[in-house]
Design a protein around this ligand. Structure first.
Ligand code: FE2
Length: 669
């Protein structure tokens, strides 16, 4: 008889433990062990517990292939699912092998775990493992299926609601409870104050500050104080929640006829627009993509969505100042160019309408489509194409934690007919059409930050912390991905030979980018370099980019005048006709305002079981090399976090969204 030591760890989340009987069987190249009841004196398999058991075999099992785990009832107790984190086996020969599990196990379920080093499909040489690998993929492909809710939007998983999701990818109980608590507390406060669903109009702008007593952030308070100021307005197009639109302007669009005379007073003395353009100090936001979209009908009237331009100037103090706004694409007498020297409320309204267009585009395109919907396709393709033993599954799976849960919920509550975006000036149809247009224009370069920044001519614009931190993070992620990918793919031929990897990228090309070759997205991989770039983009998108466009929702949008999805009145068409009353009438009513602020709070709140960038609490790699690479990645991120803190201590408005300590490892909210 020979003895194998097996060490089993139960998950540390609420209710991870079980009172059921657990049996273990080891399967090796030379035979199977006894089916052994894993039972020590006292309780076993409780939350966070690691216990050691002995499993006997008649003789050495040779190379260990699988660990079979079975769960059976303990007398008449009802089923309590068990979350098994990992099993570590020590063989009589002294080898220590990790079998990652990280899943819930039910009674009667067949669970056969693979362990040891990561394997690509063409490296498998044992018939049992070849068969096991294919069976696992077949099962996963039936579990995770594609749905096409709209031919021109990224495809999704076919889970209709969150109750259909497999337990492994659902929110933990603690997260669900905390979210529910947060929503209840917010709802109760708003209800108590009579704000919830109130159709009243705000009387005074200061009253908006009364929404939440307990829920404030330093930034949300700063925004409420400074939202009217031009330099803070400009700052937000670089460092708030939507740094994705602004670009360098070296020639004015023909349909935006700003003259030298108009903007001269706002430029450096003696300078001109032409000269400032040559010096690279002029920038533009162009909302052309919103032109002609369907709009929401509100109180029997069609709302107004501006598709115009905002021109910016980097002044000698390095501040980005808005200097001209035209609210629609076609210049006309009813579509004048607004200037900072216009009556205060005209200029403020012009800025608010531009911000309204920006907010709608931010939430639907740069947040929902470019991070959430992309992440869902990356996740579903990963679950379908890679077995758990594949090195890229081991690398990527932590980056998709909870993503299908938030997206399945968000498809209704954010993007659906009754969702929060349907309350915007564009309404649900306009928002959906905007996303369709945006997807058809999406390119691979847009999602790769270094190329994105160059394409927009933003390499040297001053005080652009999103760019500075984002590029640094891109490089840190890229170095980590390079190390891992080169370790598992020493040559390009390994990339070409990996049928599962080719299937993965092909599914992503079809289901995220709808097979659009002009987008520049790869449909297959030929080189190691291509794989590294794509996986860097995937990890960057679902971590840093999502944090940049998600985490500041409460900071910047809870003070609705600064950025609102809805404006209820038409924008000014002539100058000198507006007043503060016009602004108050245009702002969302009390109930709408509080629902936006509440959404911002829930979606940028912190929850106790958050996992931050690079943390990888699930141990999935068994080889020392990738474990070391993870440690180096974490050290680089920690170092960068310190640098950000030091930089931020000098800033009036700290830029925190790309601090690795604030970035989640996946899209969970
Ligand atoms: Fe989000």
């Amino acid at each position: 008889m020979v003895e194998y030591k097996i060490e089993i760890t139960t998950g540390d989340m609420i209710d991870a433990g079980t009172f059921d009987y657990i049996y273990g069987t080891l399967i090796g190249t030379e035979g199977e062990s006894e089916r052994t009841a894993l039972n020590n004196i006292g309780v076993d398999f409780q939350t966070g517990m690691t216990s050691v058991y002995t499993v006997k075999a008649r003789s050495s099992l040779g190379k260990l292939l699988l660990v079979k785990v079975e769960k059976e009832p303990f007398f008449l107790l009802p089923e309590d699912e068990w979350y098994c984190s990992k099993i570590v086996v020590t063989t009589p020969e002294g080898a220590v092998i990790l079998f990652p599990c990280y899943r819930w196990i039910s009674r009667g379920e067949l669970v056969e775990l693979r362990g040891g080093k990561a394997m690509k499909v063409f490296e498998e040489d044992h018939p049992l493992l070849i068969d096991h690998r294919e069976k696992e993929r077949t099962l996963k492909r039936s579990l995770y299926q594609w749905a096409i809710p709209d031919e021109r939007l990224p495809h999704s998983s076919d889970f209709k609601n969150t109750s259909e999701l497999p337990a492994e990818i659902s929110y933990s109980k603690s997260k669900s409870m905390e979210m529910l608590y947060s929503k209840t507390v917010i709802g109760a406060e708003l209800m108590f104050k009579g704000l919830y669903e109130s159709t009243d109009q705000w009387e005074k702008i200061e009253d908006i500050k009364k929404i939440f007593v307990s829920k404030k952030t330093t930034k949300s308070e700063y925004v409420a104080e400074h939202w009217k100021e031009d330099d803070f307005y400009g700052y937000q197009f670089l460092n708030a929640i939507n740094p994705n639109v602004i670009k360098k302007c070296s020639e004015l669009p023909r349909n935006f006829p700003v003259t030298e005379q108009m903007v001269k007073p706002f430029l450096e003395k003696g300078s001109s627009l032409k000269r400032e353009m040559q010096k690279g100090n002029i920038f533009l936001c162009d909302f052309k993509r919103l032109d002609g979209l369907p709009v929401k009908v509100y109180n029997n009237e069609s709302l107004h969505v501006t598709s115009g331009f905002c021109l910016f100037y980097v002044n000698p103090e390095n501040k980005l100042m808005p200097i001209a706004i035209q609210l629609y694409q076609q210049p006309s007498e009813e579509n004048p160019i607004f200037l900072p020297s216009d009556p205060e409320t005209d200029w403020l309204l012009a800025k608010m309408f531009i911000k309204n267009a920006d907010t709608m585009q931010h939430q639907s395109v740069f947040h929902f489509m470019s991070t959430h919907l992309m992440a869902e396709v990356f996740a579903v393709a990963t679950f379908r194409c890679f077995p758990v033993i594949h090195p890229l599954y081991k690398l990527l799976v932590s980056h998709f934690r909870y993503t299908l849960q938030i997206n399945t919920a968000g498809r209704t509550s954010i993007f659906g007919r009754e969702g929060i975006l349907s309350t915007s000036s564009l309404g649900q149809k306009g928002i959906a059409e905007l996303v369709r247009r945006s997807l058809s224009e999406l390119t691979y370069s847009t999602l790769c930050l270094p190329e994105n920044i160059t394409a927009r001519g933003l390499e040297s614009i001053p005080n652009f912390y999103y760019r500075d931190d984002g590029l640094k993070l891109w490089n840190i992620i890229n170095s980590f991905v390079t190390a891992i990918v080169e370790y598992y793919y020493p040559s390009d031929s390994e990339v070409r030979k990996d049928a599962e990897l080719q299937e993965w990228i092909s599914e992503i090309f079809t289901h995220a980018f709808l097979g659009n070759k002009a987008s520049g997205f790869p449909a297959s991989f030929n080189t190691v370099k291509e794989v590294i770039k794509f996986i860097t983009m995937v990890i960057f998108t679902v971590t840093a980019q999502h944090a940049a466009v998600n985490n500041g929702q409460f900071d910047y949008y809870s003070w609705t005048p600064n950025g609102t999805l809805l404006l209820r009145k038409p924008p000014p068409t002539t100058k000198g006709q507006s007043s503060m009353k016009t602004i108050m009438e245009a702002l969302p009513n009390v109930g709408e305002t509080v629902s936006y602020a509440a959404m911002g709070w829930v979606l940028s709140d912190k929850y106790t079981d958050m996992v931050f960038l690079g943390a990888y609490p699930d141990e999935r790699f068994d080889e020392p090399a990738p474990k070391q690479m993870i440690k180096e990645f974490q050290a680089e991120l920690a170092c960068f976090s310190v640098a950000i803190t030091t930089r931020n201590s000098q800033l009036e408005v700290p830029y925190t969204y790309l601090d690795p300590k604030q970035i989640e490892n996946s899209i969970t909210i």
